[in-house]
Structures are given as C-alpha cells and as structure tokens.
Write a protein that binds this ligand. Structure first.
Ligand SMILES: NC(=O)c1ccc[n+]([C@@H]2O[C@H](COP(=O)([O-])OP(=O)(O)OC[C@H]3O[C@@H](n4cnc5c(N)ncnc54)[C@H](OP(=O)(O)O)[C@@H]3O)[C@@H](O)[C@H]2O)c1
Length: 255
C-alpha cells in the first residue's frame, strides 16, 4: 500500500475499539505513527497497538477519561514525552476526535449529570484537545472530528447525543476559519449506523436491523473501515482542499 502518511504523527482518541480502532489501524497502515487513547479498556488498546505493530506500523496507547477536564493536560504531557522519545519531536500532524460514550438517554430519563457526561466527552473534550494541540500541530495539519448523521438530522430517541454532535459540527466550522491561515484543514465525518459496541443492543433486535437496512440506500450496516477510509482521505494530501465540511458517511441513511 502507498504510504500516504509516511513521517506523519496522528492522535486518535478512543482507539481501543470500534471506529477509533479502525481509524488508528488505517492511519498506521498509511504510514503515520499513531498515538491512541482509551478510557477503561486497556486490554483493547493493547490489542489495537499489537495489531498495528504486527502489520508493520507504529502506535502506542495512552489512558485518558475525557469526562474529566483535567485528563487533557495530563494526556498531552504523556503524549509529549512518548513522542519526544520515539520521534525526537512533539509535533503532531493529524488529530482525530473520535472518543464517544454511548449513554443513549431520551428526554424523560435525562439528568443534569448524564447531560454533562455526554457533553464532556462529545463536545468539551474535542474543543480542549484542539486547544492543547494548537502549538504542537504542524502547519498544513489536519483536524478530523467524528460527528454523527444525528448532528444534522437529530434522532428523537437521543436528544442529548444529537445536540452534542450538532455542537461538534458547529465547532468544525469555527476551527476551520481559525486555522485556515496555517493551512490546517478541519472537517467532521458523520457516520450513520456502524457496527460497533455503541449499537450492539440495537443490533440484537432483528426487526430494528431490518428497518435500518431498509432505510439505507446501500442496504447494509456500515463497517468501521467505511469510516476509516473517509478519514484517511481527509488526512492525506488528497484532502488538502476540503475544509469546514461535515461529510456524512451513512450509506445514504433516510434519503
Ligand atoms: N457506531 C455508530 O453507529 C456511530 C454512528 C455515528 C457516530 N458514531 C461516533 O463514532 C465515535 C466512535 O464510536 P464507536 O461506535 O466506535 O464507539 P465504541 O465502539 O463504543 O468505542 C468508543 C471509544 O471511545 C472511548 N471512550 C468512551 N468513553 C470515553 C471517555 N469517557 N473518555 C475517553 N474515551 C472514551 C472508548 O474507550 P474504552 O474502550 O476505553 O471504553 C472507545 O475507544 C463516537 O464519537 C460516536 O458518537 C458512531
């Protein structure tokens, strides 16, 4: 495979499973050194790093529970020290804000605490991760936020989640304006239904699966690699003229 990201360094939050793992694996396969984060699942992160190394890539994992605002400065301290050791530089080229907690609460069950938790991970953390990355991010770099189709087309069942994803879409736009003069592109990728732990319970219901597939132009659930492919394009030089966009990758959900 062509190493489109040779010598680049990427930070991928939530790389221990699901979409984040596929993104970490893909960016590493394309030649980047990947720092991935995890929250609780140390074994998953270790497994993802080993899979990348077995495939000839380079990666390492760092713990950060993004519900806690203090986790971000601590994460960047660890990141600086790992990158300095491995690469002799703390520079970053690509930041992928992917980590997400599920907590699929509706209006009736919502509490201020679960509202705060959802917003902390999906909206506050990406904002402060980018702030912390600013002086480490190379000119010409990339910021890619993993949003959701629900950010632009909210789902009644998950109002808090939909609001948080609308916030990341909005942030994508302001960051693109702020960082454009440095040649840094900022985009969001908005998946539809992708087969991960986040919707494992929904996938146990055969009728729900049928309904989702029937509502999808390409007539199937998405796979994590479908999202990683879009991220790889945006991260590569081929994506250089795309910024401030929310790119829905849903196989054509509810057209
Ligand atoms: N799957 C879908 O259908 C779908 C659709 C649209 C958008 N998305 C978005 O895609 C992203 C990835 O989702 P996924 O489906 O891959 O989810 P997933 O399989 O549940 O994986 C979630 C990842 O986020 C990490 N994470 C969870 N809570 C965290 C916290 N408090 N602090 C730091 N990291 C945390 C997890 O770490 P641990 O392993 O350590 O818990 C894991 O690496 C999310 O932003 C999600 O909203 C997913």
């Amino acid at each position: 495979m062509l190493k489109t990201l040779a010598n680049k360094t990427a930070l991928v939050t939530g790389g221990s499973r699901g979409i984040g793992r596929a993104i970490a694996e893909r960016l590493a396969a394309d030649g980047a050194t990947v720092a991935m984060t995890y929250s609780q699942n140390r074994a998953g992160a270790k497994d993802a790093v080993m899979a990348i190394e077995r495939a000839g890539g380079s990666a390492f994992a760092l713990q950060a529970d993004l519900v806690n605002a203090e986790a971000i400065p601590a994460l960047f301290e660890q990141l600086d020290s790992e990158l300095a050791n491995r690469k002799g530089s703390t520079a970053l080229d690509i930041v992928v804000n992917n980590a997400g907690n599920s907590g699929w609460g509706g209006l009736a069950d919502a509490t201020p605490d679960n509202w705060n938790t959802m917003f902390a991970v999906h909206a506050r953390a990406p904002f402060f991760i980018v702030q912390a990355a600013l002086n480490r991010l190379a000119d010409g770099g990339r910021i890619i936020n993993i949003s959701s189709a629900a950010g632009a087309r909210p789902l009644q069942a998950v109002p808090i989640y939909s609001m948080a994803k609308a916030a990341i879409n909005n942030l994508t736009h302001t960051l693109a304006m702020e960082l454009g003069p440095r040649g840094i592109t900022v985009n969001a990728v908005a998946p539809g239904w992708i087969r991960t732990d986040m919707n494992a319970a929904i996938r146990e219901n055969a009728d729900m699966v049928k309904m989702i597939e029937a509502d999808t132009a390409l007539e199937r659930f998405g796979e994590t690699s479908d999202i990683a492919a879009v991220v790889a394009f945006l991260a590569s030089d081929e994506g250089r003229w795309v910024t401030a966009q929310v790119i829905e990758a849903s196989g054509g959900y509810k057209l």
